[in-house]
Design a protein. Structure first.
Length: 196
């Protein structure tokens, strides 16, 4: 049995639960959409920016780190989609859908890459909030499989890409510092610096 067969079998096993527990289906419909988890993660990043703490400068670097990492992984996914065209599970298998039918390639999962990039950036700055963010990202990735729009391997590779993106961008300390200072200047000029 090769990995593609294992991937499909795992997808079918997870997706087979759709329609069995109405409350769980409703929860997955909430989580799988492109707003709930990404907006929740973005709000955590904003909280870290505005929260008055002794390690404020470290926390503030979360915003540019997350933004630059999301930009990087989005470019990588878009580029890879020019060469790796994997159909969505609902195009190949008898999948039960809880979501609309995306038209872009399935591999790797852009949703997983973006959510794990943001969650990893949060974790670097604040471990407690980072654990919450990672749980949100994991549930988001699972919901994409459950809802019939991604294979498990799409989500796993997307997640690893998100983590890798943050670790790579984090090495460019000067870029992050310049970006942080620029955002702070914009914030001060627009009178949004509530804690200064």
């Amino acid at each position: 049995m090769n990995w593609l067969n294992i991937d499909r079998a795992l997808f079918l096993a997870i997706n087979s639960f759709v329609g069995k527990v109405a409350v769980f289906d409703s929860l997955m419909r909430l989580v799988v959409n492109e707003y709930f988890v990404p907006v929740s993660l973005a709000l955590i990043v904003l909280y870290l920016w505005f929260a008055p703490r002794k390690n404020r400068q470290t926390q503030r670097k979360t915003l540019p780190l997350a933004a630059l990492s999301v930009g990087l992984v989005d470019v990588i996914v878009t580029f890879s989609n020019q060469f790796i065209i994997r159909e969505r599970p609902f195009q190949e298998l008898a999948a039960k859908l809880l979501f609309y039918k995306p038209t872009d390639p399935s591999f790797p999962s852009n949703a997983a890459a973006v959510s794990f990039a943001i969650a990893t950036a949060i974790f670097i700055a604040n471990k407690k909030l980072g654990i919450v963010a990672i749980i949100l990202a994991v549930v988001y990735g699972f919901s994409r499989v459950y809802a019939g729009v991604h294979y498990p391997s799409d989500v796993v590779v997307g997640s690893l890409l998100g983590v890798f993106g943050v670790l790579l961008v984090r090495r460019f300390k000067k870029l992050i510092q310049i970006s942080t200072e620029l955002i702070q200047k914009i914030q001060t000029k627009t009178n949004l610096d509530v804690n200064s």
